[in-house]
Design a protein. Structure first.
Lengths: 202, 202
DNA sequence: ACCCCTAAGATACGTTGCGTTTCTTATTGA
DNA sequence: TCAATAAGAAACGCAACGTATCTTAGGGGT
């Protein structure tokens, strides 16, 4: 009755399900994210979901992947330090609480189901435009003369996201404090960049 | 029958339970770690456990905390880089897979039960002797003249563990590859240390 | 325009594991 | 000696996973 309108199929249905899944994730978090809940919200039933995804972890990842945010516009505040503060702040909002909970939850499930671990790794490895963004910011600093010429290794370019994620993991909870971001930038990341530049000192 | 010998109580019983819990964690991982399993292994029953810990997350944390590994002996290989490789390798073995799985699992539970989040944070914040170890290694390097005098900020001292943990999270699975460790040391951590030293260059 | 076959939707099931309740019985210690 | 305390055993209710069964809608080929 509720849905005697029309029976959705294929791609349309899939979109509806993933939208519902994302809504559940956003409202409840992964911990309270249930397959039944998604089915109910999408106005369909569990078997329909299980025909498409192997379990709740895969469903959550699929929903998350559709929302790849990204395209971090390259901000230019005029100085390296403030650029970095802005970048870290941006990351901490974008990639913060939601992502950490999903990652934690999916990861926990992944230890049971190795296939899921693989999917998660793919999702996390996707560096979206981060590498490019960081490189751009650093290059600008080099041009300005704030840094000696730097060859930015892959891991160093990824480090901002890693630092932010780590902070979430170990300190849980809310969005990152300004003071914390300042520490990450001043005590870790800027020194790292300076160190990369002065590689000739050894 | 099995235990008509003597009914354990108090501290003795608690030790037995936590030993059993640790054994379960080690053999099965957090994903397959169950309260029932621990009770069975310890030769007792669930209510006894629930009288002491609020749930399986707390139980796992308690078991883990008893095993504070630690006392990383301060190794001295004669050079900063090899010291660091050794330290990272040590961390990757000690704190690696097991810890990551526990953290992921407990964290997932923690999103449901905020009290658990607090416990987890305490546990993670405990820097065991890591800070001291890193500081010692760095100080030796300074004495040798490999680094300019460095004031090591807290976050920089913790970074090795963070880097290792991150690698586990994003790359999953087994113990860290030698090559990966070398990258972490050469591309990230040593530059960071050099950068901290050359703070005067700005 | 018809019919068939695929896939959607509904329902109900079996299982696992959490956390609880109830009751019995051993041990401690006053 | 005996009462209070806590251990041990068994069973329960609940939530959620993942599955199996069945009915029915509607798209596509003829």
């Amino acid at each position: 009755m509720t849905e005697s309108k029309s029976r959705r199929r294929g791609a349309e249905l899939e979109r509806a399900i993933l939208d519902a899944a994302w809504a559940e994730l956003s409202e409840l978090g992964y911990a309270r994210f249930t397959v039944e809940g998604v089915a109910a919200r999408a106005g369909t039933s569990k078997p329909v979901l299980y025909r498409r995804w192997k379990g709740r972890a895969e469903l959550a990842l699929a929903a998350w992947s559709r929302r790849v945010p990204v395209s971090d516009e390259v901000l230019d505040t005029g100085a390296l330090r403030t650029d970095m503060i802005a970048l870290f702040t941006h990351l901490s909002r974008r990639a913060g609480a939601m992502m950490t909970e999903i990652v934690a939850g999916v990861m926990a499930d992944a230890f049971r189901h190795p296939e899921v671990a693989e999917l998660l790794r793919e999702r996390l490895a996707r560096p979206f435009s981060l590498t490019e963004t960081v490189t751009a910011v650093v290059n600008r600093a080099v041009e300005r003369g704030e840094l000696p010429p730097v060859e930015l290794p892959h891991r160093a370019a990824r480090a901002p996201l890693d630092l932010v994620r780590n902070e979430y993991i170990t300190c849980g909870g809310g969005p990152l404090d300004e003071a914390v971001i300042a520490e990450l930038v001043d005590d870790v990341y800027l020194p790292l960049l300076r160190g990369l530049g002065s590689a000739c000192t050894d």
